[in-house]
Design a binder for this molecule. Structure first.
Ligand SMILES: [Zn+2]
Length: 394
C-alpha cells in the first residue's frame, strides 16, 4: 500500500529524508571504496605473496592439464575474494538498505539471490578466464582477441540479459489494467518503438524501488514495469518514466555504451599485456601464460576499469540528459517531475551530490538538475502553446 510517504508531506519530513539520504550515500561511498581497497589487497597478496603459486602447484601435482590448473587458481582466487569481501557485501547490499528502509527481503531470500548471481557470474567468469589463458598460451595478440571476445560476451549479456536472466529472479505477469496498457502501448508506438505487450515484475517482494524497462526486439519487444511503479505512481507519471526508457531505445544508447566499452576493453587488455610482460620475472611466472599470474591480471584489468569509470559515467549522464529531453516531448514534463520526486523519496536518492562526486561516480545527472531541466521544458511548452500545460488527473 502506498502511504504517500514524505512526497506530499510537510517540509520537515522532506528535510529528514534528505539528511538520511546524504548519510546513507556517504556510508555507501566509504564502504564501497573500502570494498575496492580490500579486493585490491586480496588480489595483490595472492599474486605477490605466494598464494596463487601455491594454488597452481597443488593443481599441477594432481594433473598435467593446463586448463585444470587455470580453473584451480580461478576458483581459489574467486573463493578467497568472495569470502573476504562477504561482510562488506552484506553491509552494503543487505544491512544498510534494510536499515534505511530500502530493502525488506528476508535474509534467506537475499542469500539465495546472491548465491544464484554468484553461480551465474562465477561460471561465466571461469569460462572467460579459460579462454583468456588459451589465448595467452597460443597468440602474441592474445590481448586483442581476448578483448574482442570479452566485449562480444558483454554484448550477449546486455541483449540477452533482460529476456533470459530476469525471469530467474522475478515473476512476470501481464499488466491487468487494460486502460493503462492501451495508454502505454500507444505511447510506445507514438515514440517509434512499438511494443507487443506490457508485463509487470514482482519487484515489491524484494524492495520498494521502482522502474520500467524494455526487453526484446521487434516482435518480442515488451514493456516491463516494476509492480511498485504500477502501484505507487499515477498513469501520467508511469508514462513519463516509460517515455524516458523509450528514448534509450530510440537513441540506441545500449549500443553507444557498448561502443565506448569496446574502446576501454581493448585499452585495458593492452595495458594488462604490457604490465604482465614487465612483471613476469619479479612475480616468479614461468611465462605470461602461467596461471599464478591470474590475480595480478585481474587486478590490473580491474584497476583500468575503475580509472575509466568517470569517462563511462560522463557518457551515461549525457545519454540520460538526452533521454530526459525526449521524455519531455512525449510525456508531460510536470508528470516527469512528479515521478522524479516520488523516485527520490522511495529510492532515497541523493538530490544534490557534490559536483565532483557526480562527475566521478554518478551514471545519472543529479536529481535536482533533472527536475530543473524538466521545469524549464514545462515552461517552454507553456509559452509556446500559449496556455497552461494540461495536467492529467492521473
Ligand atoms: Zn535512463
Amino acid at each position: 500500500m502506498h502511504n504517500g510517504s514524505f512526497y506530499n508531506g510537510p517540509m520537515d519530513n522532506r528535510a529528514v529524508s534528505d539528511r538520511s539520504a546524504v548519510r546513507y550515500h556517504r556510508l555507501q561511498l566509504v564502504l564501497g571504496v573500502a570494498g575496492l581497497a580490500l579486493d585490491a589487497v586480496v588480489l595483490g597478496a595472492l599474486a605477490w605473496m605466494g598464494g596463487a603459486h601455491a594454488m597452481a602447484d597443488v593443481a599441477r601435482r594432481a594433473t598435467s592439464m593446463w586448463w585444470i590448473e587455470v580453473a584451480a587458481v580461478a576458483v581459489g582466487v574467486g573463493a578467497a575474494s568472495a569470502v573476504v569481501g562477504f561482510p562488506l557485501a552484506w553491509l552494503r547490499g543487505y544491512h544498510l538498505p534494510r536499515q534505511y528502509g530500502l530493502l525488506h527481503q528476508p535474509i534467506g531470500a537475499w542469500l539465495l539471490d546472491r548465491a544464484k548471481a554468484a553461480a551465474l557470474g562465477g561460471a561465466f567468469a571461469l569460462v572467460t578466464v579459460e579462454v583468456i589463458y588459451l589465448l595467452l598460451r597460443t597468440s602474441a595478440l592474445w590481448w586483442l582477441i581476448a578483448a574482442a571476445i570479452v566485449w562480444g560476451l558483454s554484448v550477449v549479456v546486455a541483449t540477452v540479459f533482460p529476456v533470459v536472466i530476469v525471469p530467474l529472479f522475478y515473476r512476470l505477469t501481464p499488466l491487468g489494467d487494460a486502460d493503462l496498457r492501451a495508454r502505454l502501448l500507444a505511447l510506445a508506438a507514438r515514440a517509434g518503438v512499438p511494443a507487443m505487450d506490457v508485463f509487470v515484475v514482482d519487484h515489491s517482494r524484494k524492495s520498494r524501488t521502482a522502474n520500467a524497462a524494455l526487453a526484446g526486439i521487434g516482435r518480442t519487444r515488451r514493456i516491463i514495469l516494476f509492480d511498485t511503479l504500477v502501484r505507487d505512481f499515477t498513469a501520467s507519471e508511469i508514462e513519463a518514466v516509460l517515455a524516458h526508457e523509450l528514448a534509450h531505445q530510440v537513441h540506441r544508447d545500449l549500443w553507444r555504451g557498448l561502443a565506448a566499452q569496446a574502446v576501454i576493453t581493448v585499452a585495458s587488455f593492452w595495458i594488462a599485456h604490457q604490465v604482465l610482460r614487465a612483471t613476469a620475472a619479479p612475480l616468479g611466472l614461468v611465462t605470461i601464460a602461467d596461471p599464478a599470474g591470474l590475480p595480478w591480471l585481474a587486478l590490473v584489468i580491474g584497476a583500468v576499469g575503475i580509472l575509466a569509470l568517470p569517462v563511462m559515467n560522463g557518457l551515461s549522464r549525457h545519454m540520460e540528459r538526452q533521454a530526459d529531453d525526449f521524455a519531455f516531448r512525449f510525456a508531460d514534463p510536470e508528470a516527469f517531475i512528479g515521478a522524479m520526486e516520488r523516485l527520490a523519496s522511495i529510492n532515497l536518492a541523493e538530490r544534490r551530490p557534490s559536483r565532483l562526486k557526480e562527475v566521478l561516480l554518478h551514471s545519472h545527472p543529479a536529481l535536482d538538475r533533472r527536475i530543473a531541466r524538466a521545469r524549464a521544458a514545462a515552461t517552454r511548452l507553456e509559452c509556446s502553446s500559449g496556455r497552461a500545460v494540461r495536467l492529467d488527473p492521473g
